[in-house]
Design a protein around this ligand. Sequence first.
Ligand code: PLP
Length: 381
Amino acid sequence: MKMNRELVMIPGPTPVTEPIRNEMERETAAFKDPNFIEDFQQVISDLKNLWGSSEVFVVAGSGTLSMEMAISNTLKKSDPVLVISHGFFGDRMAELCERKGLEVDVLSCEWGKAVPVEEVEKKLSNKNYRAVTVTHVDTSTGTKAPLEELGKLLDKHQDTLFIVDGVCSTAGEPEFINEMGIDILLTASQKAFGVPPGLAIVWASDKALKRREKIGEISEYYADFNKWLPIMNDPSKYFGTPPVNLIWALKKSLEFIKTEGLKERFKRHQVRGKAIQKALEGIGLNILAEEGARASTISNALYPEGIDDTFRKVLKEEGVVVAGGLGPYADKLFRLGHMGNIDINELVTVISSIERTLFRLDYPVEFGKGVNIFLDNIMRN
Ligand SMILES: Cc1ncc(COP(=O)(O)O)c(C=O)c1O
């Protein structure tokens, strides 16, 4: 018999709150239904207004499709591209670029650290890249890239597009497309939007759209901006069937974001992220990402000596599901997502469950210490 209600705290899909879930349960409308068209229009205009960009594409697919759309619409074979990689998903971007036949340079560093901006600057002064890509938060390491500084640097290189993978950050970490000089921001629905998986979302600046025009016909069909532009400008048109219920779910999520305020939402993530990380450290766990480069949306906590991935099995029995480590950190850490619409009660439950789990694994635990640190940080901030 299951003793505890299971709380899924992996870094995406994140918990979907009831009002958003209800949108998934609605009877699916025809995509030419005038009410649905209006709802789709609202989603597009909210995304453009909130993040501040010329165009946004909302299509059925996952984050990897967003990555593919970003690259295939702005770069052509043999174009030099610089990929800044902070882990598994940065490496995926490099692999994708290689598959496209681009000339790929990868700037990476030890997992948990962030590539210094000076190194990017050095690369840019030696070669004319057509684009620089960076994963804002790499889910494998929990490392956050210095987006603002990179944007400032790229401002001096007007022919180089700035492509940002926001799958583990958008709607949780500050991303202001115009102010930060971002040309493409790509993301998906299942993380900080708190919507089920299934939507690929890609914002494009004027510069990125001009590049799309310049490169002419591309071999991709479904991923082609030019196929989707007419629909994004007038959702009564058809190219590929829109995932009606997911668009309703995103509309509901955006209503919450507008009510909360984007800046407030970023602040909430920042305060809670820091509080969780302090609590985990207080319990005795080390965070993989170095101080100053820690995401607010996710914490990757290393197992202390004597603890292995059995931790996740016991934690599940205590009612919380987290993800395991990737690549060199498989079995060495757990990844805890804390983005989107998770509430304080849930976070307290998570920390308390981690304490109980460690106790069951014979790790010395002072019950309540982590919860105490967490609440102290939340309530006094
Ligand atoms: C930073 C980042 N980029 C890209 C992806 C790929 O997204 P998806 O799994 O939705 O295809 C992920 C998935 O977790 C991610 O965390």
